[in-house]
Design a protein around this ligand. Structure first.
Ligand SMILES: Nc1nc2c(ncn2[C@@H]2O[C@H](COP(=O)(O)OP(=O)(O)OP(=O)(O)O)[C@@H](O)[C@H]2O)c(=O)[nH]1
Length: 427
C-alpha cells in the first residue's frame, strides 16, 4: 500500500546527569571531587533513503524515541553519549510540526540528512565545580531534557509531468498505456486513490516521469474529496497535461472542466497556473460525429491562451505519440532552476495571524525572500548598508532561519531580493 502522509511522534534523548563523587584513596582522607559528566542524549535525524518511495512504514511504527545519555561516573568517568536515531524517509518528504503546520524540513534535492531534534546535553559532574573556596561541591548538573514533537510527514511526488483532470476522463488509462506503471483502471470515480508515477520512455533515449494526479474535483482546493492531498503533488511538476473527455461520455463539458480545474489549481496556489499546460482531448474514438466538433471548440477556446490541444484516444493509442513528443519538447523549454536552499517560515502579523514567507537561494550569493508583506517585516531597509544587513540578520534570527542561511553560506555583501505584494526591492 502506498501512503503519502503519516503522523509520527519523535523524541530526542535526555542528557545523562553529572555525577557527584569524591576521590577515595588510602591515606588521602579528603580526596577532591571526581564525579564525571553525563553523556549526550541521542539526536533524531531524518535521512533520505533513495530505495524508499512510500511512507507506509510510518503507519505501523509511529514512535521514534532516541536513547538517553548515560550518567557520569565516579573517578571522572564520562557517561557514554547515546546513539543518534536515524529515521529513513523517501526523497521528497516534507516534515511539518503537526500542531502549527510549520515546515521543519524538506528532504528534497541537496538536503539528504537533517537533525530534527537535538538530544539534551549531558550534565557536568561535580569535578567541574571545585573552587578555592568550595573544594568539596556536593552537586552536579542534571542532564538537559530531550525534546519531543508530533510531526506530520508528507511525501511530495516529484514528477516532471502531471496529468490533471476530473475522475473518469482516462488519466489512468493514458498513464498505463505510455509507461511501465500499471494503475488500477475501473469505471467508477476515485478508482485511483494513489498518485501513480510512470516513466515514459521515448525511443529508449529520451524520457520523463509522469504522474497521474487523481481525484481532482471541484472544491478540492478547500479540501473536498481527496483535495489537498493530491494538489500537493502537482506543485512540483514542471508541465501539466489537462486530460478531458472530449466525447462528453458522462455528460461532461470539456471546456467547463478545464476552467474548473484551473480554478481549483489557482485557489490552491496561483503559481500553478504559470506552469506550461497542454490539453489531451481524450476518447476521440467515441465522439459523436453529429455533434459540433469538440476538438475545434477546444482549440478555439484555449489555443489563444497558449494551451495546445492534442486529440488522443488512450484506449486505441491514436494521437498519443504526438502528445508525448510535444510534452517532451515543452519540458526542454522549461528552465529547471536548481534551488540550492529553500526554507519556508511564518511571521506573526498584527498579532493574530501568521503570514507565510520563503527564503530561497537561487545561485551562489543570491537569496530571495518572498512573502505577502515585505515592507511590514523589514521596513524600508537598505541592505547595502551595514546597518541594513544587520537588521536583516536580526529579522532572520528572530524567525529561526539565520542558522540555516549561514549554513547555506549567506554573508554580508550577498544579494537579497525581496518580493512582496507591496513592493519589490533588491540590492
Ligand atoms: N472510449 C474510450 N474510453 C476511454 C478512453 N480512455 C479511457 N476510457 C475509459 O474511461 C473510463 C475511465 O478511465 P480511467 O483511466 O480510469 O480514468 P481516470 O481519469 O484515471 O479516473 P480516476 O482514476 O477516477 O481519476 C474507463 O472505463 C476507460 O476504459 C478512450 O480513449 N476512449
Amino acid at each position: 500500500m502506498f501512503a503519502d502522509s503519516a503522523k509520527v511522534f519523535i523524541k530526542s534523548g535526555k542528557g545523562g546527569d553529572g555525577h557527584v563523587s569524591f576521590r577515595r584513596e588510602l591515606f588521602v582522607p579528603a580526596g577532591g571531587p571526581d564525579g564525571g559528566d553525563g553523556g549526550k542524549g541521542g539526536d533524531i535525524i531524518f535521512e533520505v533513503d533513495p530505495g524508499l518511495n512510500t511512507l507506509t512504514d510510518f503507519r505501523h511504527v509511529r514512535k521514534y524515541i532516541a536513547k538517553n545519555g548515560e550518567e557520569g561516573g565516579k573517578k571522572r568517568c564520562h557517561g557514554a553519549n547515546a546513539e543518534n536515531l536515524v529515521v529513513k524517509v523517501p526523497e521528497g518528504t516534507v516534515i511539518k510540526d503537526f500542531e502549527t503546520g510549520k515546515v521543519i524540513a524538506d528532504m528534497s534535492g541537496e538536503n539528504k540528512r537533517e537533525v530534527i531534534l537535538k538530544g539534551g546535553k549531558g550534565g557536568l559532574g561535580n569535578m567541574n565545580f571545585a573552587t578555592p573556596t568550595m573544594q568539596a561541591p556536593k552537586y552536579a548538573q542534571p542532564g538537559q531534557p530531550g525534546h519531543e514533537l508530533w510531526v506530520q510527514l508528507e511525501l511530495k511526488v516529484i514528477a516532471d509531468v502531471g496529468l490533471v483532470g476530473f475522475p473518469n476522463v482516462g488519466k489512468s488509462t493514458l498513464l498505463s498505456r505510455v509507461s511501465n506503471a500499471r494503475p488500477k483502471v475501473a469505471n467508477y470515480h476515485f478508482t485511483t486513490l494513489n498518485p501513480h508515477l510512470g516513466v515514459v520512455d521515448l525511443d529508449g533515449s529520451a524520457g520523463f516521469v509522469m504522474a497521474d494526479i487523481p481525484g481532482l474535483i471541484e472544491g478540492a482546493s478547500q479540501g473536498v474529496g481527496l483535495g489537498h492531498d493530491f494538489l500537493r503533488h502537482i506543485e512540483r511538476c514542471r508541465v501539466l497535461v489537462h486530460v478531458v473527455d472530449a466525447a462528453g461520455t458522462e455528460g461532461r463539458d470539456p471546456i467547463a472542466d478545464i476552467r474548473a480545474i484551473n480554478e481549483e489549481l489557482s485557489a490552491y496556489n496561483p503559481e500553478l497556473l504559470k506552469k506550461p499546460m497542454v490539453i489531451a482531448a481524450n476518447k476521440t474514438d467515441s465522439i459523436n460525429p453529429d455533434d459540433p466538433d469538440p476538438i475545434e471548440l477546444l482549440k478555439n477556446e484555449f489555443e489563444p491562451e497558449g494551451m495546445t490541444v492534442y486529440p488522443i484516444s488512450a484506449v486505441s493509442g491514436k494521437g498519443v505519440r504526438e502528445l508525448l513528443y510535444a510534452v517532451y519538447h515543452l519540458l526542454q523549454t522549461v528552465e529547471q532552476k536548481p534551488v540550492i536552499f529553500e526554507k519556508e517560515f511564518e511571521v506573526e502579523y498584527a498579532g493574530d495571524r501568521n503570514l507565510p514567507y520563503t527564503v530561497t537561494q537561487e545561485e551562489e550569493g543570491v537569496f530571495v525572500v518572498e512573502g505577502p508583506r515585505i515592507e511590514k517585516m523589514l521596513g524600508y531597509t537598505n541592505l547595502e548598508s551595514e546597518k541594513g544587513f544587520q537588521f536583516f540578520q536580526k529579522f532572520l534570527k528572530e524567525n529561526g532561519i539565520l542558522e540555516d542561511l549561514e549554513q547555506a553560506g549567506i554573508q554580508e555583501g550577498d544579494t537579497v531580493r525581496m518580493y512582496g505584494l507591496a513592493f519589490d526591492y533588491y540590492k
